[in-house]
Design a protein around this ligand. Structure first.
Ligand code: GLP
Length: 267
């Protein structure tokens, strides 16, 4: 795992955008694992801007989202289907048939979960998985005690998570669907590369637990410590509680692989 600390949310997001730009240019048929949440909104906005300004090509790209609420139809504005359409898909030249999310309305959730794993396998797996960090320490909707080997399945959401996402449901946690279909921790760990973006002071404690604490099923993000190619890109506010800050800064400032990223060329 590498932790890269950037001065603010914009700079951290820009670094992720630069990496994704490079990955897409190198492999136009990239299989991209997508996350949702507020953290990703600016990121998708930047990707849309790159598409408009530089012609960044999504025509062969396939996307697989981490999760979807159970019981929300794809055209429900609060669904992650709608989120992806609103924040990314409608702004770029991605083919609708190349965008995949779990079907929250599926009559048989277990079957849908199995089928979703099959769709990922059928395209050869995920090249780059984007992640945010939930306040309960989850990745996707892998709530505390999710097996570190779990696969795509339906999962009950914690009160913390429902409160965190209440903003999109009339500010009432009770309106947040109690269950979601989510890729498992084991599914996520099979991605060839993982990039997690964490912003803001409210994530500082959980980020430190997730990256520097012991691996535990209570915090599914700690499983990322097992992944051989995982970058965690954060702003100063989120980095505040990290014990190894000086070392992480040294890595970005000195390691050859990061030299090309010192000057943001996405502007
Ligand atoms: C939801 C999603 C997660 C996401 C998290 C963070 O719970 N299921 O994939 O990482 O939100 O959200 P935010 O970026 O709004 O803090």
């Amino acid at each position: 795992m590498e932790i890269l600390i950037r001065p603010d949310a914009q700079a951290a997001t820009d670094l992720v955008v630069q990496l994704l730009n490079a990955r897409l240019v190198a492999k136009p048929d990239l299989v991209l694992g997508c996350a949702t949440g507020r953290t990703m909104e600016r990121l998708y906005g930047q990707l849309a801007r790159l598409h408009a300004e530089t012609g960044l090509d999504f025509s062969q790209c396939k996307t697989f989202n981490l999760d979807e609420y159970v019981g929300l139809a794809a055209d429900d504005p609060r669904s992650y289907h709608a989120y992806m359409h609103e924040h990314l898909f409608r702004h770029v030249n991605i083919q609708p048939e190349n965008t995949f999310l779990p079907a929250g309305m599926a009559a048989d959730l277990k079957q849908e979960a199995t089928d979703y794993e099959g769709r990922i396998a059928a395209v050869g797996g995920i090249d780059v998985q984007l992640l945010g960090l939930g306040e309960s320490g989850h990745i996707g909707f892998n709530e505390p005690l999710s097996s570190l080997m779990s696969r795509t399945r339906d999962k009950a959401l914690t009160p913390t998570t429902r409160a965190q996402n209440a903003e999109f449901f009339d500010n009432n946690p009770d309106n947040v669907p109690p269950r979601a279909l989510t890729m498992g921790v084991g599914t996520i760990l099979e991605a060839r590369e993982i990039i997690m973006l964490v912003l803001g002071a409210n994530k500082a404690n959980m980020l430190a637990n997730a990256t520097e604490g012991p691996i535990t099923a209570m915090i599914s993000a700690t499983a990322l410590q097992l992944h051989a190619n995982c970058k965690v890109i954060v702003d100063e506010a989120a980095a505040e509680k990290l014990q190894g800050q000086a070392y992480y800064r040294w890595i970005f400032d000195n390691e050859p692989e990061w030299q090309a990223f010192h000057h943001d060329n996405t502007q």
